[in-house]
Design a protein around this ligand. Structure first.
Ligand code: GLN
Length: 196
């Protein structure tokens, strides 16, 4: 089972490190040809969603990725990656992949709280450390999207079938439980692997 990591811009190397720590294979997706490779899961990293969205369009990757996600490819979108996934961006008519029934608000915490750390639950996982960097939050979810984390009254992680999206950066905290949850939920990794 191999995970493709969108590597056009932003914090993709940090996700690579986490998958290395988990001893899970990955490859970088840098152009449309990389989308022809076998891929069982997809990670969309944080960064700048406008830049990533433009690159996805310019490189002719947007429609293919959207179709793959709509056909069930498991995807983990973090921060800008969550913005790429959302069907609606608050106060903005831009839509990138638009596969996740939710309204996301970009740079939602304003300048004062540009970056901060928090701890909270992520679904069944308790007391997760979370790093927020000019983060969005989910203004509204609908259509069956499930809320996984709420911090300070704001929704910061959601799941819709094969799509998991977080406002925060789970790859920057040294705690790999979100990645494990992602990989194990979709059987990209066997839970509690027995090492022979
Ligand atoms: N503020 C960025 C955006 O709007 C997201 C920040 C991040 O990914 N850390 O795309």
């Amino acid at each position: 089972m191999v995970t493709g990591i969108l590597s056009l811009q932003g914090a993709f190397e940090e996700h690579e490190k986490v998958l290395d720590e988990l001893e899970e294979p990955w490859f970088e997706i840098r152009n449309a040809m990389d989308l022809d490779r076998e891929m069982d899961g997809l990670i969309l990293p944080g960064g700048e969603s406008t830049v990533q969205g433009k690159l996805l369009n310019d490189l002719g990757m947007m429609n293919t990725l959207r179709e793959r996600i709509q056909s069930g490819l498991p995807v983990l979108g973090t921060c800008a990656g969550a913005i790429l996934l959302a069907e609606k961006i608050y106060g903005d008519s831009t839509r990138h992949l638009g596969t996740l029934p939710a309204v996301i608000r970009r740079n939602a915490y304003g300048r004062q709280l540009g970056s901060f750390s928090a701890r909270g639950d992520f679904g069944e996982i308790k007391d997760m450390p979370m790093e927020f960097i000019r983060a969005p939050y989910f203004e509204e979810v609908y259509g069956g999207t499930e809320i996984l984390s709420v911090i300070g009254g704001k929704t910061v992680a959601v799941r819709y079938g094969n799509q998991i999206a977080t406002s925060f950066h789970p790859e920057l905290t040294g705690d790999n439980r979100v990645h494990k949850y992602f990989l194990e939920s979709f059987r990209l990794r066997t839970p509690d692997r027995v090492k022979l």
